[in-house]
Design a protein around this ligand. Structure first.
Ligand SMILES: Cc1cc2nc3c(=O)[nH]c(=O)nc-3n(C[C@H](O)[C@H](O)[C@H](O)COP(=O)(O)O)c2cc1C
Length: 178
């Protein structure tokens, strides 16, 4: 089969991990939402997640100062708002108000859960050794919430340049992974 060279700048779109998520942070009475697709699982339990949060983002400073965030997992029904939170900065707007999201108090951390997301992971930063070089924060999920009413969450997955894949079909196969 004839193969075509694929631009290195687009490789991430082939390997994009997991669903697009929204990270909430908070400091001194201000709260923020940032869209994130560059994240990866690093440990089963306690669950560890690597998150790349650019130092150009307002969220970077909030997370660095407080070491707390919530990873909120949205579905396709609110995809436009998710992208909206990825194209605006919390330095000059309150994204909860702008996009009509409902903030819900978390159990273990200060940043709020986003009510409109079907899953919410309360996290604490546990490793900052790769922040200076890669803007990579390793966070531990200390409390996780799920909306049991959402039976088949249709999560969105970033393919690059405004393209998304919608998941939702589940198949069961034998696997050595948990
Ligand atoms: C689909 C999508 C995925 C994104 N993924 C990331 C990411 O993984 N890391 C990151 O630093 N920024 C990512 N961004 C960009 C930030 O969400 C964007 O810079 C945002 O405006 C930052 O908000 P803040 O300044 O309020 O923190 C993504 C944006 C979109 C639309």
């Amino acid at each position: 089969m004839a193969r075509k060279a694929f631009p290195l700048s687009k490789v991430y779109g082939l390997l994009e991990p997991g669903p697009v998520v929204m990270v909430t942070t908070a400091r001194d009475g201000r709260r923020n939402i940032m869209t994130m697709s560059w994240h990866t699982m690093m440990e089963f339990e306690p669950p560890l997640v690597g998150c790349v949060i650019s130092d150009r983002n307002y969220s970077f400073g909030l997370l660095k100062a407080t070491n707390e965030c919530v990873i909120n997992i949205p579905t396709v029904e609110i995809a436009e708002k998710v992208v909206g939170c990825g194209n605006t900065s919390g330095s000059n707007i309150d994204k909860f108000e702008t996009f009509g999201f409902t903030a819900k108090r978390a159990a273990e951390v200060r940043p709020p859960l986003i009510e409109e997301c079907f899953a919410n992971l309360e996290c604490r930063v546990v490793d900052t050794t790769m922040v200076a070089k890669y803007c990579l924060f390793v966070v531990e999920v200390v409390k996780a919430w799920i909306d049991p009413a959402v039976k088949k969450p249709r999560t969105i997955h970033h393919l690059g340049t405004g393209n998304f894949m919608v998941a939702g079909e589940k198949i069961k196969l034998k696997s050595k992974m948990k």
